[in-house]
Design a binder for this molecule. Structure first.
Ligand code: PEP
Ligand code: MG
Length: 325
C-alpha cells in the first residue's frame, strides 16, 4: 500500500467527480518542512509559531522569527503557508512571561487574548510575519478568537504594523490574506458574520470539540466523551463551511479531524476546501479523496447530520463509506 501511496506524489488531490481540494501539513518548526516536501504537501495549513517561543529563556527576536518564517516560505516555493500567531497559555506555558496560574487555563489568559494585551510581543511577531510574506505565499491566522471585537482589534494592530513597515520602506505582501481559527463554538455559530471580515477560516477541531462538549482534550478519564463524530460538532463544522462559502471565502481544517480517514469523506461532502494534517497522513488523505465522489458524500452528510450519537455516526461511516472505498 505504501508503494501505491508513493505513486500519488505529484498528482492533484481531486475527487472521482472532479472536485479539487488542498492537502496541506501542520508544522511546528522550520525543520518540519522537509517531511512536508517529501510527502508532496500542497502547502502548510498551520504553522504553530508558539514552538519558536518555547524551551528558551526569553522571547525570540523579530530577526529570529523572520528567519524561521522566511525559510519555510521559500522552501514552499509559492505554495500557501498559513502562519498562526502566538497560541500560548492553556497547556503551553512560557516561564519567562510569568503567566498567571489559573483554575481553568484553557478558558483563561491565552493566545489572542494575551497578544491583544501584550501588543509589544504581538507587533514584533506581526512584523516578522509580514516581512517573511515578501518571500512566499504567506497568510496570517489568529487563534482562539471568541468575539468579533477581538478580530477587529487584531486586524487594526496588523494595519498599524503594515503602516510602520511602509514608512520604513520594508517590503511585504500587500495582498496577504488574514484568517481565523474557528475553534470556539461562539465563532462557529456566528460564522456568517465572521466570514464577512476575514479571507479564510480554518477549523480547529482539537479545541472546538473540547469547548463544545466541555471535555478537557488532555484528560484521559473523560476521553470517552471526546469525539470528532459527535453530531453537534459535525453540525458546527458544517455550519462554518456553509457560512464561509456563502461569503465566498475558503474554509480549511487544521485540527486532528482533518486527517481522520473516516471523517475525510464527510468533510469533502460538506465542501471543505483545505485539509491540514501531520505530514505522514497526507498521501493517505489524497488516496481517499481520489477514491470517493463529492456528490455522493453530500448525500451521506445529510444522513450523518441527523444521527443522534457519536457511536451511530462512526458506525454509519464505517458501514456506508469506509468499507466501500
Ligand atoms: C486545534 O485546536 O484544533 C488546533 C489545530 O490548534 P491546537 O491543537 O494547536 O490547539
Ligand atoms: Mg487550538
Amino acid at each position: 500500500f505504501k508503494e501505491e501511496l508513493n505513486k500519488l506524489k505529484g498528482e492533484e488531490s481531486i475527487s472521482k467527480d472532479g472536485v479539487k481540494v488542498e492537502i496541506a501539513a501542520n508544522i511546528g518548526t522550520p525543520k518540519d518542512i522537509d517531511k512536508v516536501l517529501e510527502n508532496d504537501g500542497e502547502g502548510v495549513g498551520l504553522y504553530r509559531s508558539e514552538f519558536l517561543y518555547m524551551d528558551r529563556e526569553k522571547l525570540p527576536t523579530e530577526e529570529e522569527q523572520f528567519e524561521a518564517y522566511k525559510v519555510v516560505a521559500e522552501k514552499l516555493d509559492g505554495r500557501p503557508l498559513v502562519i498562526r500567531t502566538l497560541d500560548v497559555g492553556g497547556d503551553k506555558d512560557l516561564p519567562y512571561l510569568d503567566l498567571p496560574k489559573e483554575m481553568n487555563p484553557f478558558l483563561g489568559y491565552r493566545a489572542i487574548r494575551l497578544c491583544l494585551d501584550r501588543t509589544d510581543i504581538f507587533k514584533i511577531q506581526l512584523r516578522a510575519i509580514l516581512r517573511a510574506s515578501a518571500y512566499g505565499n504567506v497568510k496570517i491566522m489568529f487563534p482562539m478568537i471568541s468575539n468579533i471585537a477581538e478580530l477587529r482589534e487584531a486586524k487594526a494592530i496588523l494595519e498599524e504594523v503594515k503602516s510602520e513597515l511602509r514608512a520604513e520602506n520594508i517590503e511585504f505582501d500587500e495582498e496577504l490574506e488574514v484568517g481565523i481559527m474557528v475553534e470556539i463554538p461562539s465563532v462557529a455559530v456566528q460564522s456568517d458574520i465572521f466570514a464577512k471580515e476575514v479571507d479564510f477560516f480554518s477549523i480547529g477541531t482539537n479545541d472546538l470539540i473540547q469547548y463544545s462538549l466541555a471535555v478537557d482534550r488532555g484528560n484521559q478519564d473523560i476521553s470517552y466523551l471526546y469525539s470528532q463524530y459527535h453530531p453537534a460538532v459535525l453540525r458546527l463544522i458544517n455550519m462554518t463551511i456553509e457560512n464561509g462559502h456563502k461569503e465566498g471565502i475558503w474554509v480549511g481544517m487544521c485540527g486532528e479531524a482533518a486527517g481522520d480517514e473516516k471523517l475525510i469523506p464527510i468533510l469533502l461532502g460538506m465542501g471543505l476546501d483545505e485539509f491540514s494534517m501531520s505530514a505522514s497522513s497526507m498521501l493517505t488523505a489524497r488516496w481517499i479523496i481520489k477514491n470517493i465522489s463529492k456528490a455522493e458524500m453530500e448525500n451521506k452528510v445529510k444522513e450523518v447530520l441527523n444521527l443522534d450519537s457519536p457511536q451511530d455516526v462512526e458506525k454509519y461511516i464505517e458501514e456506508e463509506i469506509t468499507s466501500k472505498i
